[in-house]
Design a protein around this ligand. Structure first.
Ligand code: UDP
Ligand code: MG
Length: 331
């Protein structure tokens, strides 16, 4: 194998055939102009379209381009994990395929990291006006909540466009095949870090691969990965209900002593319904955490790499692989 490059650019791709031509046209001149040796690791996250075939086509005239294919759609964070496992550079930048993160910023990240000897450089969105109002609001809420959970070290509006050094990648790789939420995990590790701000652009083509369902799932994964606070909900609800029932007990005794009978069916019925619902919710929350323990114990890999163009021992499976139409789930 040749010498490791200075910079690896990891790009997760899920059904991104429409953006690849524009991505290559814009990314390549930027990287060629940098004073670094580099590789571009395109991680095909089980796409059902021509993503892999297109990358292979561009590889013919762009030798630094590399294709890593996951066997099935495993989710954005899993694709990033695969990228971290396979990237060889001293600097590893992760960037979206859809050109919402401007590739020109990569140069700023590398310079800042070199000049100030930083382990992590976050891309921070200074302007999200191209995102929909809905996306901006939900994202705003997400980052607020996460800051409460992870702490003030969490940079605001920093997604998965960032640079990490090899020292960070080594720590991430030691965590095995489990798929964390990187935008929370990396800030929580405490490496030296800086930020570069950029303006979030419009998706260049195609549509978002993060429908509401996946956004909710990411928000829940982020919460449950970092805090057990929801489990305490049961305790708080229980104590509140206990205090309430003490008051009602006194009230009931007083009314009974005065000889008045309370017409009770509706209130009883509502109380039973309410507490049944609360108990089921608490059980469900408990179940979520137990499921996490269960999955961690099973320790099955969250993704599998089926092909790596830099790995000459494996046969290419491009185009020949039938698309597996498994539902896209966040790990
Ligand atoms: N992505 C992926 N696997 C998935 C979903 C998304 O690899 O299951 C990639 C996608 O191709 C893109 C990046 O993750 O490069 C971010 O997705 P997208 O741009 O659709 O998200 P948004 O910007 O709308 O939040
Ligand atoms: Mg996008």
């Amino acid at each position: 194998m040749t010498n490791p490059p200075g910079l690896s650019v990891v790009i997760p791709m899920y059904n991104e055939e429409l953006v690849i031509p524009a991505l290559v046209a814009r990314l390549r001149p930027v990287l060629d102009a940098l004073d670094e040796t580099y590789e571009v690791v395109a991680v095909d996250d089980g796409s059902a379209d021509a993503t892999a075939a297109l990358v292979e086509k561009h590889r013919l005239e762009w030798p630094q381009l590399r294709l890593v294919r996951l066997r099935r759609n495993s989710g954005h964070q899993a694709a990033l994990t695969a990228g971290f496992h396979r990237a060889r550079g001293e600097f590893v930048v992760t960037i979206d395929a859809d050109l919402q993160d401007p590739p020109e910023t990569i140069g700023d990240m590398v310079r800042l990291s070199r000049d100030e000897n930083l382990d992590v450089v976050y891309g921070v969105r200074s302007d999200r006006s191209t995102d929909t109002i809905f996306k901006r609001n939900t994202a705003g809420l997400y980052y607020k909540l996460m800051r409460r959970i992870v702490g003030p070290d969490l940079p605001q509006q920093a997604g998965d466009f960032r640079l990490v050094r090899r020292s960070v990648v080594d720590v991430l790789r030691r965590m095995g095949d489990q798929v964390p939420v990187y935008r929370l995990l990396i800030p929580s590790l405490g490496f030296t870090s800086g930020t570069v701000s950029y303006v979030r652009e419009k998706r260049v083509a195609g549509e978002t691969k993060y429908p509401l369902r996946k956004m909710i799932s990411l928000a829940w994964d982020s919460t449950a990965d970092f805090t057990a606070a929801p489990l305490r909900l049961a305790t708080w609800l229980g104590m509140t209900a206990f205090a309430g029932s003490l008051i009602f007990m006194v009230f009931g005794v007083v009314v009974w002593a005065n000889g008045t009978v309370i017409p009770g069916w509706t209130s009883l019925f509502l109380a039973v319904l309410l507490f049944a619902a609360v108990q089921l919710i608490c059980l469900g929350l408990l179940g979520e955490y137990i499921a996490r323990i269960y999955r961690a114990l099973q320790n099955r890999p969250a993704f599998q790499i089926g092909y790596d163009s830099a790995d000459v021992t494996e046969t290419p499976v491009v185009a020949a692989v039938p698309a597996q139409r498994t539902p896209a789930t966040m790990p």
